[in-house]
Ligand binder design. Structure first.
Ligand SMILES: CC(C)(COP(=O)(O)OP(=O)(O)OC[C@H]1O[C@@H](n2cnc3c(N)ncnc32)[C@H](O)[C@@H]1OP(=O)(O)O)[C@@H](O)C(=O)NCCC(=O)NCCS
Length: 145
């Protein structure tokens, strides 16, 4: 059984989340997690997915406020061993619920081209032009809550 949780910034669970994001998202691109990221993340909402059998963190994401109406979803990551089992879908749905509860009407994110189909299945629409950043191609994806 898995459960979705809000992760407190600076907690040991937050450290697990940083490690998971590094393993799934940054390391494959040869990038490092910089300590300067941490300060920015204090004001973000952190969400995790826990496998209750062994209390292990198997996925996570960040919600970062943009303005009063819009919140941005970032760093969506599922542990390699748990990908394709519905964890990503459950996490994004939980994130939508939390964003709505917090009063946001628009959810935005910048998805790598390889995962656009995942977000489309969850009701996101592509907006604007596809663009490149640091050699990676992204599309802006939006969803009304
Ligand atoms: C992309 C990611 C978050 C998806 O999470 P997941 O738990 O593996 O996906 P789910 O099992 O919840 O999949 C939900 C649906 O999306 C589909 N899907 C999953 N990954 C997909 C992809 N890359 N492209 C298209 N569809 C995809 C699944 O087939 C499933 O479809 P179904 O409802 O028809 O069965 C996860 O695989 C991951 O962390 N990948 C590596 C990091 C990454 O690329 N993150 C995104 C940064 S923008």
């Amino acid at each position: 059984m898995r459960k979705m949780v809000d992760v407190t910034f600076g907690s040991s669970r937050y450290d697990d989340l940083v490690e998971l994001r590094y393993k799934v998202l940054l390391a494959p691109l040869g990038l490092k997690f910089l300590d300067s990221f941490r300060d920015k993340e204090a004001s973000y909402l952190h969400i995790g997915c826990i496998e209750q059998l062994d209390d292990k963190l198997v996925g996570g994401l960040i919600l970062a406020p943009v303005d009063n109406d819009t919140i941005r979803m970032m760093q969506v990551a599922v542990d390699d061993k748990y990908q394709g089992e519905g964890v990503g879908r459950e996490m994004v749905k939980y994130a939508e619920k939390r964003a709505k509860e917090a009063g946001y009407a628009h959810l935005v994110m910048y998805a790598m081209l390889s995962v656009i189909g995942f977000y489309e299945k969850l009701g996101f629409k592509q907006e604007g032009d596809i663009f490149e950043d640091n050699g990676i191609t992204f599309a802006k994806m939006v969803k009304e809550l």
